[in-house]
Design a protein around this ligand. Structure first.
Ligand code: MLC
Ligand code: AMP
Length: 505
């Protein structure tokens, strides 16, 4: 039985002195060095008396050690739970409690804040810093660089990734080894990844895109990565000539295009640019081709499913579409209320089924039942249509969701907080167009009769409670919210009214 995910992504590179990671400062790590690091960490985790199936919650900056922690969890059969580095202590408290994490790993600068949280939820706490130092790596240093992988099957859970819900509570998507492997192996074929590829990796590694789509594919194909801590335009321009592929959210592409140093010459060695996590504007696709001669390949996925569709590697990559269902994925467009399959071309709910689809939400059977049908189809909450050539178009969302720079923001979570503030009767959070992030949240506040809510104090409370990327970029006072005859807030009217806020004149 072995440990399929470890064996097929990591174990295959044992003893290889081929390049795996190269860092912004020119340092490199071979596959063998990376596996040694991972095995030492796996030994350190085992020394903390963790058992296969335990959850390891990690809020750590991107570094080779952070990636080795993922490998170590797979090797030791632990369930990896990566967390956005922007989350506040209040947000982390929920994830730690809900997942029942046995171990929390954080940056030393957050240790004081998280110590009481970990204690309350009976989790151990270790540190791992951006430079690779910390109590976890100190433990790992004295360990052996070999670790017998825990026996696992493709049905065992490998990761728990939290995704927010429309009710304001985050849900842990349970992903098995088989979910991750099947998707990685399909994408290696579909996008023609080989061991000669060098991926320019500037995405965070706490989400599906940077961790599974990017890293798993490079591992499965035996290629290497230029592994940058974050998207920095100067680094991207400096290092692109050494790369062959890049994956990014649309903001990466608009930022590159916004800089005159980004030229056709610079991208000459590149064979593939991939975009996803948010809609890529057709105009960005066109401008990118004009500037570089490359047609961006857009694909579509979710935390719950990894990747579902992709534009073709060979063939027409159509702007404004997300291409065709991947070979192992069934995709249908259904009536949002009845679930009936709609005729070709009609807009409806996108549902997907395949070996990539998750197992449900951690300890939330009702939420799982509401979104994952008994026949295996997952109801994505995205609205789309399939055109006469078979291309899938995402045309909107049935779920109330804002995507800012590739991060999902659920208005409900912010509204619950705003509604609870002194002097606020009710609120509505809407997404408005933003030139850099695509969309950004704006909060509309309705005062209680005779009250004037203190906007500055409210903004301070929001800062304390929520990660920076969720902060409304503006809070606006209004007398009342527009409602339809059923009493439902008409957010579309609010979006129309405020769409100009961040648009360039
Ligand atoms: C950073 N900030 C953001 C933000 N990222 N605010 C809103 N939305 C974001 N996405 C904050 C910063 O904290 C900062 O706050 C201010 O905005 C400006 O920061 P910046 O320096 O301009 O941002 P930067 O650090 O460069 O980050 C922007 C970014 C980054 C787009 C490069 O957000 C990013 O890497 N996004 C990728 C997200 C991703 O991987 N999504 C995949 C999800 S998986 P202040 O206070 O300093 O002004 C998924 C499935 C699938 O969706 O299909 O892939
Ligand atoms: P997440 O929950 O962070 O995984 O985000 C998944 C959501 O991102 C999907 O439900 C879509 O709404 C959106 N998404 C991902 N890729 C694309 C894309 N190429 N075009 C439009 N939306 C996308």
């Amino acid at each position: 039985m072995g440990n399929p995910l470890y064996d097929r992504l990591f174990g295959i590179h044992a003893g290889k002195d081929t390049a795996f990671l190269s860092l912004a400062d020119g340092q490199t790590l071979t596959h063998a060095e990376f596996l040694d690091m991972a095995a030492r960490i796996a030994n350190a985790l085992a020394g903390l008396e963790l058992e296969p199936g335990d959850r390891v919650a990690a809020q750590v900056e991107k570094s080779p050690e952070a990636l080795a922690l993922y490998a170590a969890c797979v090797q030791a059969g632990l369930i990896f739970l990566p967390l956005n580095t922007g989350y506040t202590v209040q947000e982390l408290d929920y994830f730690i409690e809900n997942s029942g994490a046995a171990l929390v790993i954080c940056d030393a600068r957050n240790e004081a804040g998280l110590t009481p949280v970990a204690r309350t939820h009976k989790a151990r706490l270790e540190t791992l810093n951006a430079d690779g130092s910390g109590s976890l790596t100190r433990r790992a240093l004295g360990m052996l660089s070999a670790f017998e992988p825990a026996r696992r099957s493709e049905d065992d859970l490998a990761a728990l990734l939290y995704t927010s819900g429309t009710t304001g509570r985050s849900k842990g998507a349970m992903l098995t080894q088989g979910n991750l492997l099947s998707n990685a192996e399909t994408l290696v074929q579909d996008w023609r990844f080989t061991e000669s590829d060098v991926l320019l990796h500037a995405l965070p590694i706490f989400h599906t895109h940077g961790l599974f789509v990017a890293t798993n594919i490079v591992l499965a194909s035996g290629g290497s990565m230029i592994f940058l801590p974050r998207f920095d335009l100067d680094d991207m321009l400096r290092l692109m000539p050494q790369a062959t592929t890049m994956m990014g959210v649309p903001t990466f592409y608009t930022r590159l295009l916004g800089d005159d140093r980004f030229t056709r010459d610079l991208s000459q060695r590149m064979r593939l640019f991939i975009s996803g996590s948010a809609p890529l504007l057709a105009e960005t696709h066109v401008q990118f081709e004009d500037r570089t001669g490359h047609r961006i390949l857009e694909r579509y996925g979710l935390t719950e499913t990894n990747m579902n569709t992709s534009n073709p590697y060979d063939g027409d990559r159509r702007a404004g579409t997300v291409g065709f269902p991947l070979p192992s994925v069934d995709l249908k467009v259904t009536h949002p209320e009845t679930g009936e399959v709609l005729p070709e071309g009609e807009i409806g709910m996108i549902e997907v089924r395949g070996p990539n689809v998750f197992q449900g939400y951690w300890q939330m059977p009702e939420k799982t039942a509401a979104e994952l049908r008994e026949d295996g189809f997952f109801v994505t909450g995205d609205l789309g249509r399939i055109d006469e050539d078979g291309y899938v178009h995402i045309v909107g969302r049935d779920k109330d969701l804002i995507i800012s720079g590739g991060y999902n923001i659920y208005p409900k979570e912010i509204e619950l907080l705003l509604d609870a503030q002194p002097g606020v009767l009710e609120s509505a959070v809407i997404g408005v167009p933003h030139p850099d992030f695509g969309e950004t949240p704006v909060g509309i506040l309705i005062p209680e009769p005779g009250q004037t809510p203190d906007i500055t104090a409210i903004a301070d409370t929001v800062r304390e409670a929520l990660a920076r990327f969720k902060h409304p970029r503006q809070l606006i006072l209004l007398d009342e919210l527009p409602r339809n005859t059923m009493g439902k807030v008409q957010k579309n009217l609010l979006r129309d009214r405020y769409e100009y806020l961040f648009c360039e004149a």
